[in-house]
Design a protein. Structure first.
Lengths: 271, 250
């Protein structure tokens, strides 16, 4: 059976050895490479391949790595971007931001003003989604791809694209055509039950960020419960606790991006 | 006289394979970014000109006017001429000059910047989806001009080229474009809260004869006669460019 959202074949990570050989911190692993018919990582014995010779379809919107950030309304997607961008710039990177979470001119002004010290406002663009945030990053990512292409054409020094989906519910996933790396952001204020509610973002994202750990005592959330449940539902996929205001956990987020090749400046031309 | 059913139709027949191509192109799931467009409707709703009380009659009147005087007479005509650049080219390849001229004329009759940009984005969206998989040599060649920004790459031109390459007869290619517009417009109406799912389908059905007639007219319109006359929608589109709150890209 095909996973409805990711287009990937489900498989049980606990039942067999992957043989990836690139352990991440905390024993987590990346790039499970079980996409249908594409060579995005490591082949598995049960992988269904299309058998075509030569490269697959051309990579759309250029080689610059793209990190897709999604999650419920108010979980801290924008704040994560606002916290990551200065760190990326300080370490010599040239990021741009494509946000689908801009609904009003005020939203746009907020993001640009917050980042104004480190990022020219022209490097932050908004994409309207016609109130279809899932569609814009999953079913039909063409408008986001177009925005990425335009931005990277205009700023050829760009080495990382950060995409932010519209705030949504727990069912959001990114098209693998759009995002090379998918970060799903939830927050402690939503309740410590959230990880065990699962949903594809929580279980299958490349990195789960559990944000606002500082407010746990105020909302009666138990971080140890969230850690236990996240570990249980994500298998060997990584998760990070963050406080985007204090910076706690952000270095770890960047380490995961680096370990996954997102900070290398370029992706393979063919998927 | 408008055709009202198959018995009235003496135009080209549609093979099941071409019919399937039309379904694919008109499917709201076809990745072209059209779900981000309201074609001026968001501003009409924000201004109070269109409300939930507009109903089937009001929505149908507005949509039919826009279809006849703004879409069929521009995008519809462009689909037809881009189609001809492939389907009526005797020598191998396609008539690049005709495709380019159609593309530039279409941009020149789209008054608001937002409408021009939306049309070009749609073109690039359709192109990106089809290239490397089911686009033929004409669209593949034309895509180089689009990527080189020597032509605007309007959606209707890309769809005209692609439709011809997929074997969809010209009039059906135009009708498919009109249907895609109408269905997208009504989807936007639903998301903007001025139509429910039944009203949407009722309007779509009621607009059928208008789309039929408009498709036939667009298929026989000279390229030089491509024109648009939808001043209210144009003004609303220009207002939308400055709107403080917007869900749609047009």
């Amino acid at each position: 059976m095909k996973d409805q959202d990711s287009g990937q074949m489900p498989h049980d990570h606990a039942d067999h050895e992957h043989g990836h050989g690139h352990e991440q911190e905390h024993g987590h692993r990346h790039e499970h490479g079980h996409d249908l018919g594409h060579d995005r990582g490591h082949a598995h014995s049960h992988e269904i391949r299309d058998g075509l010779d030569g490269p697959g379809l051309e990579r759309l919107a250029g080689p610059v790595p793209r990190v897709g950030i999604g999650g419920p309304v108010g979980s801290g997607k924008t704040t994560l971007i606002e916290a990551l961008v200065p760190r990326l710039v300080a370490s010599g990177h040239n990021p741009v931001v494509v946000t689908n979470d801009i609904f009003t001119q005020e939203d746009a002004r907020h993001v640009r003003a917050t980042l104004s010290a480190v990022l020219p406002e022209e490097k932050v663009v908004g994409v309207e989604t016609g109130s279809c945030p899932h569609t814009a990053v999953r079913d039909d990512p063409t408008m986001n791809l177009d925005a990425v292409q335009a931005l990277t054409d205009r700023f050829p020094e760009t080495d990382l694209v950060l995409l932010e989906s519209g705030g949504d519910n727990l069912t959001l996933t990114y098209s693998r055509v759009l995002a090379d790396f998918f970060i799903f952001v939830i927050d402690v204020g939503e309740g410590d039950k959230i990880p065990r509610k699962r949903g594809p973002g929580i279980t299958s994202s490349d990195l789960l960020v559990i944000n606002k750990i500082d407010i746990a005592p105020h909302v009666r959330a138990d971080l140890s419960v969230m850690e236990r449940d996240a570990r249980a539902v994500r298998g060997d996929r990584p998760f990070v606790f963050t406080n985007c205001f204090s910076g706690e956990g952000l270095d770890e987020v960047l380490q995961h991006l680096d370990a996954s090749g997102m900070l290398s400046g370029s992706q393979a031309v063919h998927t | 006289m408008l055709a009202t059913g198959p018995a009235d139709w003496d135009g080209p027949a549609l093979s099941p394979r071409a019919f399937l191509a039309a379904l694919q192109l008109a499917d709201s799931a076809f990745p072209s970014g059209r779900y981000t467009l309201s074609h001026g409707l968001e501003s009409l709703v924000q201004s109070g000109a269109v409300t939930v009380r507009s109903g089937i009659g009001g929505l149908c009147s507005l949509l039919c006017d826009q279809l006849e005087h703004g879409v069929a007479s521009t995008d519809g005509v462009a689909v037809a001429w881009a189609h001809r650049a492939v389907s009526e080219t005797v020598r191998s390849g396609y008539d690049e000059q005709l495709a380019c001229e159609t593309d530039r004329r279409l941009t020149s009759v789209k008054l608001s910047q937002e409408m021009r940009e939306a049309s070009s984005r749609t073109g690039r969206g359709v192109m990106g989806t089809a290239l490397g998989s089911f686009a033929g040599p004409a669209l593949t060649a034309y895509s180089r001009l689009i990527r080189g920004r020597t032509v605007p790459g309007n959606g209707a031109v890309v769809i005209g080229l692609l439709s011809a390459e997929l074997g969809l007869p010209l009039i059906y290619a135009v009708a498919t474009e009109l249907y895609g517009f109408a269905a997208g417009w009504l989807n936007a109406a639903m998301r903007l809260g001025v139509a429910d799912h039944r009203i949407m389908q009722a309007v779509l059905n009621r607009c059928g004869p208008v789309m039929d007639g408009a498709a036939q007219k667009a298929s026989t319109t000279d390229l030089e006669d491509m024109a648009s006359c939808i001043p209210l929608v144009d003004i609303m589109s220009m207002r939308h460019e400055q709107a403080a709150l917007r869900m749609f890209a047009s």
